[in-house]
Design a protein around this ligand. Sequence first.
Ligand SMILES: Cc1cc2nc3c(=O)[nH]c(=O)nc-3n(C[C@H](O)[C@H](O)[C@H](O)COP(=O)(O)O)c2cc1C
Length: 407
Amino acid sequence: MTAIQGKRILIGVTGGIAAYKACVLTSRLTKAGCDVHVMMTKEAKQFVSPQTFQALSRNPVHDDIFTEKNEHQIAHIDLADQADLIIIAPATAHTIAKLAHGLADDMVTAAVLATKAPVWVAPAMNVNMYHHPAVQKNLEIIQTYGYRVLKPDSGMLACGWVGEGRLMEPDAIYEEIEDYFGQAHQKDLQGYRILVTAGPTREKIDPVRFLTNHSSGKMGYAIAACAQKRGADVLLITGPTELDPPAGVEVIRVESALEMYEAVMKHFDEMDAVIKTAAVSDYRPKAVSDRKIKKTEDHPKIELVRNPDILEELGRRKTTQILIGFAAETHDLDHYAKGKLEKKKLDMVVANDVARTDTGFRSNDNEVTFYFRNGDIRHLHKMPKAEVAQELCNLLTEMLDKKKGSV
Ligand SMILES: Cc1cc2nc3c(=O)[nH]c(=O)nc-3n(C[C@H](O)[C@H](O)[C@H](O)COP(=O)(O)O)c2cc1C
């Protein structure tokens, strides 16, 4: 029995061109054993027929608040009461505005007001509509009610524009739902405080230039999100990235290696575990010019000095904490990973080959090898970073529980 089998999921379909993608979502959830009930706005029926959703979900479709399919029940209340999750996909700008202001003149919005279940909203619309301040404000408002917004993807839109506004892919929505119900059962990191570092650092040369690296922060953010969902109290200390911080995670933003060092040392003592995925610059310019360095005919030299080694210092200071480091190497992975494990007194090293272009830096996938203190090695095949994060959290849970048991 999987975690989502038997869950009653209400899908609210509204009048956007992406309504056809809700068919794919309905089909996947039904095939996975969910009890799917589709509600449609009047405009949604301009795009897909209710019969399609009825056939895919094997349940009657609710498209009119005054047409009761069962005379013993009031449909929008009954559906809302029994839902495990309501997801509006696609959510039009119009429906988002209605949700923000508590209107309830159709099945979708009435059920949302009447429910105690989690409400997820997956916007889909033209890029300019999406970025309109009214829509952005309404999205902010609905998040204050606790609704979760599934951020739209960027790309070619049906209207011909390119940009943000494309409905999150049905497979990705399905995975979010699967994760949600899976992790609701799995709060195995509850009670633990975990520090994750992520992203690159920037080492200033002058007011307009800096030294940095290709780290995107994706691996660290995925671990922070996963640990938080599994119940941990997570602090993410991050260098500059373009990522949105995961919900429920405390975030400290830093720029340079020295700032990251300060922030990590300040919080280290409170932690049960530290996972250091950040690609911290080993060097920084010895002097930072306070004026832009001008172009000249000669070849200027930038003298570099070593930054403190954060992980090595944590290895020296650690008392009961679990320390996990990442080794991003372009060659001799095995050799460097084992050396790092020993030298920095780590409990585990996660090694990945950053010379590859299909995994590692910036990619959504990673192929990693775990090196343990007792000499064990475990290789994972290439997989999404979110799945690597799950595997890492499984191992972390075992290590923390073992340590707790031995204290
Ligand atoms: C061809 C077509 C495509 C549309 N696509 C979208 C869309 O993707 N997103 C959106 O917010 N509105 C879209 N609209 C506008 C909505 O259908 C309109 O605002 C409607 O009132 C939404 O009603 P509802 O939110 O109650 O379903 C589209 C309209 C047409 C005619």
